[in-house]
Design a protein around this ligand. Structure first.
Ligand SMILES: Cc1cc2nc3c(=O)[nH]c(=O)nc-3n(C[C@H](O)[C@H](O)[C@H](O)COP(=O)(O)O)c2cc1C
Length: 326
């Protein structure tokens, strides 16, 4: 038995599971493993220092899989923005078939990608933003509930309400994102009206994720309370794993300090150094509440197969047994 949904049909993948863009983690090693497992993985464009490096990473991924994969383009408000148009050009010229957009004002990217026949999954955190992206012409929406790692937005609506609220309003296929990590979650997402799930944190605790083993074991040890929402006072909330740095950021925010006074603590380079060295308190690192459901570090293939098999078992055994003739 397989789970066939509008998502698997539209993107030509075996399983209704995606691996969302992840800064410093979404490289060829992980993305090719996800593709080979029959799910849809996304390289993270801005993890590569230049558009040329991204083109090389796309080529390197192709050497490791012949299955479909995509690229995430995260559009951040920034004083010195990266050369987004050039990253986009690298994606188009490399012949990648699908892009996950996330962040601010995606219109120009959507227009150009569409004009070149690239499918787009726009990831957002609110129904109103999803509707706006649908009007812009995206092919699918990934909607991140408050549980998620990274940027949950400022509305604090968890997936249990956000996903069906989105399903009520959207016509394009929907990926439920934030807090998913096992087959029960996948079955629940489908029941709520989604066409599949998108996961970040759970894929970090796999053999192929290119981060230090200490982080993977920390995710196994942590429970669902082990996150902090930082940057709320700057209206740019980010859910990260709770550690000495996230606690210090919260302390400074509670004193009303401006971003300039915490910037040195949360620099991307610092986070990356930690992920490589294995020092859990070196910088902030992104992880969600789903840590409470992570109990092992399997290969990506084992994880994807387990999630699909468990979801099928929930649907076929647990739920169907509950449905009795009146
Ligand atoms: C380590 C890490 C880095 C992430 N970086 C990005 C990013 O650069 N761009 C983006 O759109 N989402 C990013 N995300 C969010 C994920 O793509 C995904 O939406 C989120 O993790 C889903 O929630 P979950 O972690 O509960 O599965 C990141 C998540 C993690 C865990």
């Amino acid at each position: 038995m397989m789970l066939k949904t509008r998502f698997t049909e539209m993107f030509g993948v075996e399983h209704p599971i995606a691996q969302g863009g992840m800064q410093w983690v979404g490289t060829a090693e992980l993305v090719s493993a996800v593709a080979n497992a029959g799910a849809l993985g996304f390289l993270t464009a801005l993890t590569q220092p230049t558009p040329e490096a991204l083109a090389k990473e796309i080529a390197r991924t192709r050497e490791m899989t012949d299955k479909p994969f995509g690229v995430n383009l995260t559009i951040l408000p920034s004083i010195n923005p990266p050369p987004y148009a050039e990253y986009r050009r690298a994606i188009i010229e490399s012949g990648v078939g699908v892009v996950e957009t996330a962040g601010y004002k995606p219109q120009e990217h959507i227009d150009d990608l569409k004009a070149h026949g690239v499918k787009i999954i726009h990831k957002c955190t609110a129904v109103r933003h999803a509707l706006s992206a649908e009007r812009m012409g995206v092919d699918a929406i990934s909607i991140d509930g408050f549980e998620c790692a990274g940027h949950p937005g400022e509305d604090d609506v968890p997936g249990l309400v956000l996903i069906p609220a989105a399903a009520d309003r959207l016509t394009v296929p929907i990926l439920a994102s934030g807090g998913f990590g096992d087959g029960r979650g996948l079955a629940a997402a489908l029941a709520l009206g989604a066409d599949g799930i998108n996961m970040g944190t759970r894929f970090c605790a796999t053999v192929e994720a290119p981060i230090h083993e200490a982080f993977k074991q920390a995710m196994v040890a942590n429970d669902e309370r082990a996150t902090d929402i930082i940057f709320r006072t700057y209206r740019n909330s980010a859910r990260v794993a709770r550690n000495a740095i996230s606690q210090e950021v919260l302390r400074l925010e509670s004193e009303g300090r401006p971003f300039e006074e915490v910037a040195h603590l949360v620099k991307g380079a610092r986070g990356r150094e930690g992920l490589i060295s294995g020092d859990l308190d070196h910088g902030v690192w992104t992880a969600g509440t789903v840590q409470g459901l992570i109990h092992d570090v399997p290969t990506v293939k084992e994880l994807v197969e387990r999630i699909v098999a468990d979801a099928e078992a929930v649907i076929r055994q647990r739920l169907s047994r509950m449905s009795v003739a009146a």
